[in-house]
Design a protein around this ligand. Structure first.
Ligand SMILES: [Zn+2]
Length: 286
């Protein structure tokens, strides 16, 4: 396996430390009350993520990296055409790639074939930093195509692709964590980035709430598309997917098979459609 030094020697140890730090912080300062065994979920989410981790390192990074090198040599893509100074190219990379990922996340919810796989991530019955690893490997395979396309269109350099990817993963760990930040601090952070309370609403069993807050790094894209929702207090959020609420239906084998089974409509097991009255406050609720 060819080495990707920045990822292998800096990115991975950094992300591992961040994972452990968030694990500690969410245990010490929990945000939402957890309903299921933390240890069970940790093991389940970790085992589920193993094929995904392998795909990320063997294909999901190397293939777009090879595409980025090819695009640079052939002088293809937006940032290869624009003579931007280095700092502006860094900012442009982050904005373009994060916005492209906003659309990719949107597609993962709205396009049925993609939702089958992304559904596995959302069926977690509690939300914490371990959920950030809970992705079906099928979703990783699809995202190789998305990432390669984005890198080609935008002309992202190989170095910036790895820098962006590490930041993207760090943000994913952060906003999935169940860490209760002081609300004032989180409101300030949420002027720029996606925070745990904001992403918690995205994991709600209320479909209108799941279909909001699609951002990964910056919260601005949801503001732009009027899909930003911050009015739901965290103790009112029930985490999960309405039709998949039984723990015994979410074992490892069943989760791997879930995308290939008939998908259930967004209804609670008793047939009800989960709803909540819409409020109007735009400030991040506690
Ligand atoms: Zn999602």
């Amino acid at each position: 396996m060819p080495k990707i030094p920045l990822m292998d020697y800096i990115g991975r140890p950094l992300l591992a430390c961040m994972f452990l730090a968030l694990l500690l912080l969410q245990w010490r300062f929990p945000l939402r009350r957890q309903h299921f065994s933390m240890l069970h979920r940790l093991v389940r989410n970790f085992v589920l993520s193993i094929p995904g981790f392998a795909i990320v390192r063997l294909a999901m990074l190397p293939i777009p990296l090879a595409v980025a090198m090819w695009a640079r040599e052939r002088h293809i893509g937006l940032l290869n055409w624009l003579p931007l100074p280095g700092w502006a190219a860094v900012i442009a990379t982050f904005l373009l790639m994060d916005y492209a990922y906003w659309w990719w996340h949107w597609a993962n919810h709205m396009i049925p074939i993609f939702w089958r796989f992304h559904n596995v991530h959302h069926t977690d019955l509690d939300l914490d930093v371990t959920t950030a690893a809970r992705f079906h490997f099928g979703e990783m395979i699809f995202s190789i195509g998305f990432l390669s396309l984005a890198v080609t269109i935008f002309g992202i350099t190989p170095l910036m692709l790895v820098v962006f990817f590490i930041t993207f993963e760090a943000c994913t760990l952060f906003h999935h964590s169940n860490w209760r930040l002081p609300i004032k601090l989180e409101r300030i952070l949420n002027l720029i980035i996606v925070t745990p309370r904001m992403h918690g609403i995205h994991h709600s069993i209320v479909q209108r709430e799941t279909n909001s807050n699609w951002g990964t790094i910056f919260c601005w894209w949801d503001k732009l598309h009027r899909t930003l929702r911050r009015d739901v207090p965290q103790d009112a959020v029930i985490i999960g997917v309405a039709a998949y609420r039984e723990e015994q239906e979410l074992t490892l084998g069943k989760l791997f098979a879930l995308p290939f089974r008939q998908q259930r409509a967004w209804r609670l097991p008793n047939g009800e459609f989960p709803e909540r009255p819409v409020r109007s406050a735009d400030e991040l609720a506690e």
